[in-house]
Design a protein around this ligand. Sequence first.
Ligand code: NAD
Length: 493
Amino acid sequence: MADQTPVSAASLGLGLDLAYAPAPEATDHVRIREHYGLLIGGKWVEPASGKGFKTVNPATEVVLAEVAEAGEEDVDLAVKAARAAYDKVWSKTSGAQRAKYLFRIARILQERAREFAVLETIDGGKPIKESRDVDLPLAAAHFFYYAGWADKLDYAFPGRQPQPLGVAAQVIPWNFPLLMAAWKLAPALAAGNTVVLKPAETTPLTALLLGEVLEQAELPPGVVNILTGAGATGAALVAHPDVDKVAFTGSTEVGKAIQRTLAGSGKRLTLELGGKAANIVFDDAPIDQAVEGIVNGIYFNQGHVCCAGSRLLVQESIAEPLIAKLKRRMATLRVGDPLDKNTDVGAINSRQQLARIEELVASGEAEGAELYQPPCDLPARGFWFRPTVFTGVAQSYRIAQEEIFGPVLSVLTFRTPAEAVEKANNTPYGLSAGVWTDKGSRILDLANRLRAGVIWANTFNRFDPTSPFGGYKESGFGREGGLHGLTAYVDLS
Ligand code: NAD
């Protein structure tokens, strides 16, 4: 655990030492195997490829396990298992029965929440308080929510007869490993599809533990198959000719490649890609609340959030006091051991991601932006990056245009609402936005003019399974969550 800069007791005039004592979460209830196979047709099997790769704890660089790397032959076996399960079992299973399985999965996730939260934190680097209080409750909530729809699909689409699509190939990223699996699996299964799921290569462990939960819930074999591997495994899966539907969450670059692969194939596709959200603060906003929203918007999950509020647009008249308050608040963020219950900013997910953040931050300095990082010691091992804010950012800078996917905020200013909208929309992405103002009419006006799939007002990074989430432009298409999320997994023709 790194030394933490305490909230300066002197600055608060208390004459007290407010340093936190370490509060490590226990890990003895989590069992990580040395080696993991693939879940195909209800059995854990060794990969035909004969290959494997290691997954490491990004906070310590310690190898956690060796995981199978699925090759083309494994992909084919998994798709065949999903097809057989669809034809013989799942397409004949009533909605009420499917709901029972989903409810079971949701309840088991709740029962085993601590185990999952710790494993998520160890494998991915996110603070335990986030895995525990955000990822796990939301993952269970998604299964509960879609369990509720499974036997009511005819009411979800009145006058239509929704039919499942068949076999869904689902490829997910590393920033919310279990939650993204839940977002993908719950609506697909509720609607009657079978699935081949591929978790990201740096965070496979909670998806594999979820495989055990599916067994515990007695989900019929082959309804969900789990293939670990990297980009090549994902590419083979989405290109498999017997897949009916592809759901992808990840980078825009890979999303575009998948779109090209699928062109003309007749496969259904939804893409949830990157973002560069504007968090817009007007001069009438509750400023302390806005500072909390800015911090949550960009430093939550080390900024590894597709909808992160990575561009702060602040009205010029309040820029100075707001940035001063923001810097003061940043100095209280605790960076370090993700398993410590007081940690706010954990480890960067991988060495590769750290290198990308460092490269973009260097470009920001080279282009002329002013960098601020609060003083804090970082642990000697592992992948770390201090919470960072750039002021004096021009719209043309790379740090204002490109997704950094790290704890790095770029601040721009505006004078009028029209200028705020223009700057906010000046991005190839369109996933989310935030508006901070006292005026309801201004919120409604901006919501109409901002080109983003999700717009938060006087809050940020709020999620609920009943609410659709998704993007425009290079942030992708299709929605996850809510009734909209079901549409992606049914044929209504
Ligand atoms: P990535 O695109 O490199 O990888 C995502 C997943 O795709 C991984 O499982 C990876 O193995 C797989 N993959 C890689 N190449 C592939 C290929 N050619 N064909 C098929 N699958 C392939 O992205 P990442 O770096 O892991 O994740 C970060 C990105 O994901 C960010 O850009 C972020 O904005 C985006 N993201 C978006 C959302 C959303 O809901 N819109 C959510 C989380 C992350």
